[in-house]
Design a protein. Sequence first.
Length: 495
Amino acid sequence: MRVAAGLALLLSLPAALGASGGDGPPNIVFILADDLGWRDTSLYGSAFCRTPNIDRLAARGMTFSRACAASPLCSPTRASLLTGLYPARVGITTPGCHLPQEVFEAGIQKQASPGQKALPATSATRLKAEYVTLAEVLKEAGYATGHFGKWHLGPEPYDPLHQGFDVDVPRWHGPGPAGSYVAPWKFPPKLEFQGKPGEHLEDRMAGEAVAFIRKHKAGPFFLNYWAFSVHAPFDAKPELVDQYEARVKPDDPQKCPVYGAMVHSLDDAVGRLAKTLEEEGLAERTILVFFSDNGGNMYDRPGGVPPTSNHPLRSGKGNIYDGGVRVPMIVAWPGVVKPGSRSDALVSSVDFFPTLLEAAGLKPKAGSALDGVSIVPALRGEPFDRGAIFCHFPHYVPATENLPAASVWEGDWKLLRFFCDGEGQKDRHELYNLRDDPGEAKDLSGAQPDRVAAMAKTLDRFLKETGARVPPPNPRYDPAAGGPFKAAPPRDRKK
């Protein structure tokens, strides 16, 4: 197994790559939204959500149109960010890292419903300590490291404090906020993390992160702000919900007032962090990244309507089509990134590890391996082609009607492989030209068999190299069983 950078990393700290405002490596602030869809900000075309602070961040940096999470669900993408490795290699392919069972290796389910053609994979539930994280590398190089917000990669001893972070607030391993966003919250008493009545969780988290910035302003520091927003439960400041009630237009597919209010609070947190960097004179020597862990949630029904729409992309969170994996991305890096610039470079969440390593002036020892590729040339505005990116999501997801699948995106083309879903339980492929058809509506696999064959070989190599658990045919499959999913009512998760 290849382990990212590992203890084999020989760290050196030459001058950083052009961050202005002083000598030495840049500070790094990584803001990760939870479940924020590709179209959930005004920057990416939302007419409903108001995100002036994210817009201002984009005016200072580079906005990416083809950035993808390594998975359509949260924990796998989070593991990819910290390790630079694809979820297929790490083994975390579902968001089950809050579960009590400690599972360290992916596997194959022993049996499945007769309506399912494949035996889906099982996922690891912990980010193993043997993977050296970005935080560990930066900490060893002299960075102060702080994690604020959602983790969801395992409780102690797999928590942030055991994965390279000096600080972890609120030390919560769950899949979302405990109880609600508006206090009183329901975090375990032992965490000693309580809010004043009416206090919003994202306001509190931003305040904690601001204190970290000010304490470590002499730098360098790595602030990992993984927002709880905009994951369920669906609640928000009442005054903001009222504002978004007034913004609802029946013909707009985005029309969930509570969700709009949740995005608003996320945007407020982004603004507060950016403002603090400016007040402390740190903005010119800080790299600030904004990203999301997967596509927008289209299947819950708070108030009777979906939280969001990823249109024109197909599907959303929990599905391997582009609505589930294409996400907003901004990088502000004074002295390197041209303000207000845009990039069509194809990039993946696995690319942040080597990119930020290079930005900090750190070099991995020859022979150490990462799945990610440094996108520094793209950030400089230079020609850049990182090659194909991949997604391995070998699970049935009834809520999103996802079939066990993997994909490869290369240039304008995306090939999807649905395991065991073809005739005779053979694999089935779909092929799309995402330049002409971003909604993945026109399957070209029948018209372009040579391209399918070539891209299928690329996907084969990826699955083999990463040790991906590939679903085999289900021996109990019965065509008369009625299909892989049972009908389920829409969900209205308020708490």
